[in-house]
Structure formats: C-alpha cells, structure tokens
Design a binder for this molecule. Structure first.
Ligand SMILES: *Cc1c(COP(=O)(O)O)cnc(C)c1O
Length: 377
C-alpha cells in the first residue's frame, strides 16, 4: 500500500519532547517555541513570527488584527481550504470569491479589482501547492485601494517569490504545521507579521487578550485583560516536535522536491500525449514540493483513475470542493464574475502520494500504474 501522506518524523522529536518535560516547561512560549519563532524570523526575514495552535487560529488572529467587522468584505479564491475564509466570516465579514488562474490554481490577480467595493477591507491570497500568487501585482492593487493583504501560506513554508519567502511579503501571513503539511507539530501553525504596528496587539490576542507577554518580559508589574483574544498559544511539547523538523528543513525540502521532479519527469510523455496536465510553476516562483497534482481530462476520468490507483494499492485524493458552491459558502459569500476555471479545474485535479521519506521506487510504481491506466505501457 502506498499511502497518500505520512506525517513527517525525523527522530530527534523524542529527545526534544523529553527535554521539554525534564525542564518542567510544557505550556507555551518556552525554549522550543522561541527557537522556532526565531528560525522563521531569521530565515525568512519576517519581523515577528509567533507559533499558534493551528493555521486556522493564525488566520483568526489576522482577522482580529485587521479589525474585520460585520458587513466588511474580503476577497478570496473559492478554490481553497475552509479556514482561509472561515476566520473572516467569524468576525462578520462577507466573502467575495473570485476565479483562479488555470495554470497555477491561484487567485487570478487580474480579477481582484472587479470585486472591490467601498466595503472591501482585505485580500486573502492562498499560495496553492506552495507556488506563489502574483504578489507584485497584488501588493500594487492593495496599495492603490488601501487594502490589507493576508497570505494564507499554510502550504508555502520554504517557498519563495522573486527570492522573497512566502509569508514575508504581505502585512500578515499564516503557516500550517498540521501533519499533512511539509513540517509538522501534529496540530499547529504560526502567524507572521511584517508590519511592526501589529506585533504588540498580536501578542495580546494570542494570550487570551491579556498583556501577559509583557509581564513575562518585566515590562508591566501585573497582567490584565486589555483586548479581544483567545488561547492561540501551542504547548512546548508540540513546539519541540516542530523544532526537530526545522533543524532538518533543508533535507525535508530536498526530499520532497526530488520526488516532485520524479513525478514531473515520469509523466511528461502522458502530458505530451494530451492525456493529462502537469503543474505549472512560474519562473519567479521557487516551490517546496508540497503537492504533486495532475489534471485528468474530466471528472469521469479522474473518478476512474482514483479507483484504478486504489485497486493497485495507491492512495490518491482530490480537493477542494469550491467554497462558493458549499452550503456555508452560499450563506457567507458570493462569487463575483464568471466561474470559468474554479469548478471545472477542481473537478479534474488529483493529488498523488507525496511525503517526506516516500521512496523513489514508490514514485516509479505510481507513475507506472498511471501509464498503465492510460494504456501507455
Ligand atoms: C492546511 C491549510 C489550512 C489549515 O491549517 P490548520 O493548521 O490545519 O488549521 C488553511 N489554509 C490552507 C490553504 C491549508 O492548506
């Protein structure tokens, strides 16, 4: 059986978790959380990184920091995970979904302006598969219309756009360390702040709305409730797991990329023959091998291919059901313009097994079975 995903595990996780326990500091903001925060800040040139309990929670923090209120609008792609928009709906925003580009499956930057109204507050970009959105264009639009940009960089750790790390480009961003992502802590994430004016408030929101972080730095002599907030601080046990992975970030990244290119090379013939489409990576984007997807001719072919792969003990999965077509999506948002690509391309997309430690032999097997399906063996 070739699994679709196996949670990343390096080996040092046990030692670091043991250290956290031995040092009698297992709640949040201990040595491992600081190590992780500093690593992101230095490696990715981010003003402030704070580990959170999930990417979903980091996005909720962004929505509070952005002062999203009832009646505000945010612009987002419909082809994404629910958390991208749920965080803003929770604050009362209406979501204006726009279509994607069929080449990268990212938000079509040329459609953003058509969705802007006097109520628009923010643009939420999603770097699908760790391939960057067209950020220069998007940031220019945001400056012209005085809007905030928030990067959902859940899939973008170690990816870059014109040499700049994803998560370091917009005012705020979020990473995910869920077990399906490139680096994991079980459940967890990080909020990334590139504008100093948000840092103090972010620390407060993350600490249940109190100025406890200042208290621990001896900047105030007691701490109290000063703002909105919740419990967004992860345990040191989870941070210890993540630290082991960040120390090996390069190895993990190289391993994923090697398998990604094996798929890409191995499936070229089928792509040239017009049987399927392969991912496109613009030249200004360095990606991180987060997802390898193919696009079948149509939904029926994809369904048959999934069954065929399953029969050959290979687990391949699809996503996302476009948010604007979902029950909650209709309640809390609306699609602006034509859905030319979101539905049609999401129905064709299939993700192949890809995780740290997947063997090249296994990739070869998957390629072979796909070729067999199309009668090319
Ligand atoms: C995984 C993912 C999330 C949610 O991450 P969690 O850490 O599980 O909350 C949000 N957005 C995108 C694009 C994702 O891929």
């Amino acid at each position: 059986m070739i699994s679709f995903n196996i949670a990343p595990f390096i080996g040092n996780e046990f030692d670091y978790i043991k250290k956290a326990i031995n040092d009698k500091k297992i709640c949040g903001d201990g040595q491992f959380t600081y190590k992780c925060n500093n690593w992101f800040e230095e490696k990715f040139r981010i003003k402030k990184a704070l580990l959170t309990t999930s990417c979903t929670h980091a996005l909720e923090m962004c929505a509070i920091l952005a002062n999203i209120k009832v009646g505000d609008e945010v612009i987002a792609p419909s082809f994404t995970f629910v958390s991208t928009v749920n965080a803003f709906v929770l604050r009362g925003a209406k979501i204006k979904f726009i279509d994607i580009r069929p080449d990268t499956m990212n938000m079509d930057e040329d459609l953003i302006e058509s969705a802007i109204t006097p109520r628009t507050k923010a643009i939420i970009v999603v770097h699908y598969a760790g391939v960057a959105c067209e950020m220069d264009t998007i940031m220019a639009i945001s400056r012209k219309h005085n809007l905030l940009v928030i990067e959902d960089a859940a899939q973008g750790v170690m990816s870059s756009y014109k040499g700049r790390a994803l998560g370091s480009i917009a005012e705020m961003a979020a990473f995910s360390f869920h077990e399906t992502k490139n680096y994991s802590m079980g459940e967890g994430g990080a909020i990334l702040l590139n504008n100093k004016s948000f840092i103090e408030r972010a620390e407060i929101i993350r600490e249940k709305g109190t100025d406890r972080s200042k208290f621990f730095r001896d900047q105030v002599d007691k701490y109290s409730w000063v703002d909105l907030g919740s419990s967004y601080l992860p345990s040191e046990i989870n941070a210890a797991y993540l630290w082991a992975q960040l120390e090996m970030a390069k190895e993990i990244n190289n391993n994923r990329l090697a398998n990604w290119y094996l798929y890409n090379d191995g499936l070229q013939d089928l792509a040239k023959a017009g049987q399927l489409e392969l991912p496109f990576v613009p030249k200004e984007c360095q990606h991180n091998g987060h997802i390898f997807y193919i696009k079948a001719k149509d939904l029926a072919t994809r369904t048959k291919l999934i069954k065929f792969l399953k029969y050959h003990e290979i687990s391949a999965v699809f996503h996302y059901v476009p948010l604007h077509s979902a029950k909650a999506g209709k309640l809390y948002g609306e699609f602006v313009g034509l859905d030319k690509f979101t539905t049609a391309h999401s129905e064709r997309l299939l993700r192949l097994p890809l995780y740290y430690g997947l063997e090249p032999d296994e990739v070869t097997t998957v390629i072979h079975v796909i070729k067999k399906f199309f009668g090319y063996t």
